[in-house]
Write a protein that binds this ligand. Structure first.
Ligand SMILES: Nc1ncnc2c1ncn2[C@@H]1O[C@H](COP(=O)(O)OP(=O)(O)OP(=O)(O)O)[C@@H](O)[C@H]1O
Ligand SMILES: [Mg+2]
Length: 255
């Protein structure tokens, strides 16, 4: 069943057609990749999916509900979680607190609502702690629980950023360049984490320039060039597609 259906989505910024009638569907239990050159419209597509910006035309259907005009926090509550292209965490808080804060936001849709619920039911806090450690374990970060986020190295901060998004308990997790600036070992760790996320029941929609990693982890990919989808298929279909090789991958790619 399609969890997310993107239908003819378009967005123009002045003279730039950033997203041009893009359509694709993400199924349950899938890692779906969006690839394409710099400025192709990938992050803009994420911003449209999460209502950070409004489309000029087209629709976003999530779990059979049209969310094109929903508010971003409502979309998050419905189960569409995301990370951003640039690191986004509370650097002066511990790793555990970063996860707990994101998880509390899930438990209640308002800050004071969360505080109130935790007074009424102390088990809410406990459940949050258990859930947080489950996520830290999945991210291989349990040994860093009491460390301040700012003291983690780049690779672990990347893992924490994904873990924070996961703590909002999404059904579909949107990741924008989670391997950006990572060395090959860190890239491998993030790839393994994303596969574990899928295996634990959360679907993933990912934007990434690291083709080797994308070909390894994705079940299905779309290629976006100048705002338009030029191809869709499995990693094998994409890496052998002449149009994709010509417009993006190049003939000497190692994907
Ligand atoms: N808020 C904005 N206002 C004006 N133009 C924008 C805005 N956001 C994006 N653009 C333009 O839209 C186009 C698509 O940008 P976008 O960030 O979606 O590309 P991208 O595929 O994510 O690229 P990258 O791989 O470099 O992250 C670019 O030409 C960009 O300059
Ligand atoms: Mg981008």
């Amino acid at each position: 069943m399609a969890l997310l259906q993107v239908q003819n989505l378009s967005k123009r910024f002045g003279g730039v057609q950033a997203v041009d009638t893009v359509s694709f569907s993400v199924k349950e239990d899938q890692i779906y990749g969006l690839i394409g050159p710099n400025g192709a419209g990938k992050s803009t597509t994420f911003n449209l999916l999460t209502s950070m910006i409004k489309p000029d035309s087209g629709k976003v259907i999530f779990k059979d509900k049209d969310i094109s005009n929903e508010k971003p926090h409502k979309i998050a509550m419905l189960g569409l979680g995301r990370t951003f292209q640039h690191v986004n965490l509370f650097s002066e808080s511990t790793v555990l607190d970063n996860i707990l804060m994101a998880n509390y936001c899930r438990i209640s849709d308002s800050f004071w609502g969360t505080i109130w619920k935790s007074f009424k039911s102390p088990t809410t806090l406990l459940t949050g702690q258990e859930k947080a450690f489950e996520i830290l374990k999945l991210a291989d970060l349990e040994n860093y629980a009491d460390e301040l986020a700012k003291n983690l190295d780049h690779g672990h901060q990347g893992m924490l950023q994904i873990a924070i998004a996961l703590a909002t308990e999404p059904q579909l997790l949107l990741l924008d360049e989670p391997m950006r600036g990572m060395n090959p070992i860190e890239t491998e760790e993030i790839s393994d984490f994303i596969i574990k996320i899928k295996e634990s029941g959360t679907s993933v929609l990912i934007i990434e320039h690291d083709m080797k990693a994308m070909m390894k982890i994705c079940d299905q990919l779309s290629v976006i060039v100048y705002g338009k989808k030029i191809a869709e298929g499995t990693p094998d279909e994409i890496r052998n597609n002449p149009e994709v090789i010509n417009a993006y991958l190049g003939s000497d790619n190692d994907a």
